[in-house]
Design a binder for this molecule. Structure first.
Ligand code: HEM
Ligand SMILES: [Cu+2]
Length: 616
């Protein structure tokens, strides 16, 4: 039988292209998401250079529009989403005591679809120009060829392919969390990050079909002459806004709920206390997820929906502040009286709290429809959503990176460089986005490429650009840290932070099979329960026996290449290319269905350290 020896041999590029192991897929997501994060950051810096001084001619208006659109789209779909998926993959199976996700093949397919969708979208830079209608792609800006050119086709097809990847990835996590929890791990004992992943996956399941449908309609308008959004032919442009935001608002919760989960884990671990108000944290999360579907039209107050609709959507939006407030207070109470350690991970988590609260507060301000008539489409909105999405989600991603890096890579990131990373980012962040509130209130519209001199906007924009450069510098510290750590990082023990949850019970990085024996969970914070009430080791829930693992396969990669090719075919109306690309995908699906793949086994004698049972 094939065994660990062959696993160890599988190290080269081929092993990455064919892997179905959630830990390796996590690293792929981290690499790809990190790459797109840098790309989106570069686009942001270019925009900030342009806006640093009035009447600047660094960029043309149309280039600015492309950068604006690609920055927003890249950050949301190609950076934030995959980085969240990186941690979901790296951590969730370990936290629930499972050997992998429910469908490893689908997991790999989800990654490759996202990557090839992202590559297709970015190819537009080299082939005729990037999309330029904003990340929201409102028609008629996006629908006809009068305003936009080929770029939007790349937007439509790139996002469609990447979106399918995200969707099946979400379904996979639902199945995993429902079915694969270790014995004793009831739902009300799930770690908060796993809860965040679960609720987020349900949101993905229901939200992504809305963008899929909208993109299909837009694709028909653009490629096949349909009239869904052509007002002259009886179409309706406002319906796009509804479709887009029925997806788009849940999308921001898709990003923030796992971030809340990360913060909960990090704050509890580094306060050496169990999370305050665990059950209320769970219910708050579920409630935020539910309410997240009720509020989409708060993006459309100024469209003319009328006072009743505006009032209802305004009130439902304000309601979300209640569960969010519960979470904020619970984090504070967790820290209260705790033995707090200010590691880099915890600095990011603690920095998250006030920053996110500012973003939440401006959100409540925006939810008041008459007030929104003033704020709408101004820099106030840009400040608001960056406070939630960078001050919230990106801070949490940094916290998660420093926290789980040892588990993912088996080395410790450097704390000194980490603190440079944190402080520069924290200062740079507020310097960038705080002045934008005032720029917005003074009347600076969003999505403009320049402004006049002497109308009061000079100082705020100058400071904002300085802040952006500071964040760029902070990212350089992160990159240096990663390079230094990869070259000569100190090896990480299994449990470097005195952790509470199951992932800290296995070695760093976890062995291929995660747990030699499925653990028995005897309380909330499973590992901490054993540290307090047992001998600090997990009890096995099953005898030592052979472990079944799925074989690697190149099919998910090839299926995604097929769709990528078909996507190009659609954009250029080349029927043979469409047929060829779809054929590649279809043939792979047939192979997958017809060829039996029994996987392989790891036998007890091959385990790294069989004596140690679940600890291996
Ligand atoms: C970290 C440094 C960042 C800087 C300096 C930055 C800067 C900017 C700038 C200058 C704009 C254009 C605003 C306008 O003209 O309306 C913008 C828009 C936007 N940003 Fe960022 N951004 C950053 C990070 C992020 C992140 C991490 C995300 C999401 C995960 C994000 C999402 C967006 C979105 C969705 C838009 C709107 C695009 C549109 O209007 O179509 N940004 N950002
Ligand atoms: Cu919203």
């Amino acid at each position: 039988m094939s065994d660990l020896a062959t696993y160890a041999e599988r190290k080269g590029l081929w092993s990455w292209l064919t892997t179905v192991d959630h830990k390796k897929i996590a690293i792929l997501y981290l690499l790809a998401g990190g790459f797109f994060f840098l790309l989106g950051g570069l686009e942001a810096i270019l925009m900030r250079i342009q806006l640093m001084y009035p009447n600047s001619e660094f960029l043309s208006g149309s280039t600015f529009n492309e950068l604006l659109t690609m920055h927003g789209t890249t950050m949301i779909f190609l950076a934030a989403m995959p980085l969240i998926f990186a941690f979901m993959n790296a951590v969730v199976p370990l936290q629930i005591g499972a050997r992998d996700v429910a469908f490893p093949f689908i997991n790999a397919l989800g990654f490759w679809l996202f990557l090839f969708g992202g590559l297709l979208l970015n190819l537009s830079w080299f082939l005729g120009g990037a999309p330029d209608a904003g990340w929201t792609a409102y028609p008629p800006l996006s629908s006809g060829h009068d305003f936009s050119d080929q770029g939007i086709d790349y937007y439509v097809l790139g996002l469609q392919i990447a979106g399918i990847g995200t969707w099946i990835g979400g379904i996979n996590f639902i199945a995993t969390i429902v079915n694969m929890r270790a014995p004793g791990l009831t739902f009300m004992r799930l770690p908060m990050f796993t809860w965040g992943t679960f609720v987020t996956s349900v949101l993905i399941l229901f939200a992504f079909p809305a963008i899929t449908v909208s993109l299909v309609l837009l694709m028909f308008d653009r490629l096949f002459g349909a009239n869904f959004f052509d007002v002259n032919a009886g179409g309706n442009v406002v319906i796009w806004q509804h479709f887009f935001w029925i997806f788009g608002h849940p999308e921001v919760y898709i990003l923030i709920l796992p971030a809340f989960g990360i913060i909960s884990e990090v704050v509890a671990t580094f306060s050496k206390k169990r999370l305050f108000g665990y059950s209320s944290m769970v219910f708050a999360m579920v409630l935020i997820g539910f309410l997240g579907f009720m509020v989409w039209a708060h993006h459309m107050f100024t469209v003319g929906m009328g006072p009743v609709a505006n009032a209802l959507f305004g009130i439902s939006t304000m309601l979300i502040a209640v569960p969010t407030g519960i979470k904020v207070f619970n984090w504070l109470f967790t820290m209260w009286g705790g033995r707090i350690r200010f590691t880099t991970a915890n600095l990011f988590a603690v920095g998250f709290i006030p920053t996110f609260v500012i973003g939440g507060t401006t959100g409540v301000m925006l939810s008041v429809p008459p007030a929104d008539y003033q704020y709408h489409d101004s820099y106030f909105v840009v400040a608001h959503f960056h406070y939630t999405i960078v001050g919230g989600m990106a801070f949490a991603l940094f916290a998660g990176l420093y926290y789980w890096w040892p588990k993912m890579f088996g080395t410790m990131l450097n704390e000194t460089l980490g603190k440079w990373n944190f402080w520069l980012f924290f200062i740079g962040f507020h310097l960038t986005f705080f002045p934008q509130h005032f720029l917005g209130l003074m009347g600076m519209p969003r999505r403009i490429f320049t402004y006049q001199e002497g109308i009061g906007l000079d100082l705020g924009n100058f400071l904002s650009s300085l802040g952006a450069f500071t964040m760029g510098l902070s990212t350089v510290f992160l990159l240096i840290n990663i390079i230094v750590t990869l070259k000569s990082g100190q090896a990480a023990p299994a449990d470097p932070w005195d952790g509470r949850t199951l992932e800290w019970a296995v070695s760093s990085p976890a062995p291929e099979y995660n747990f030699a024996q499925m653990p028995l969970v005897r309380g909330l914070d499973a590992l901490w329960t054993e540290k307090r009430n047992g001998d600090g080791k997990l009890l096995p829930a099953e005898p030592l026996a052979e472990i079944h693992l799925p074989s690697p396969t190149i099919l998910p990669f090839l299926m995604s290449v097929g769709l990528f090719i078909a996507g190009l075919g659609f954009i250029y109306h080349l029927i043979p290319v469409i047929v060829g690309g779809l054929a590649v995908t279809l043939i792979c699906m047939v192979i997958r269905s017809l060829v039996d793949d029994p996987g392989y086994h790891v036998w007890p004698r091959e385990l790294e350290d069989p004596e140690r049972g679940v600890d291996a």
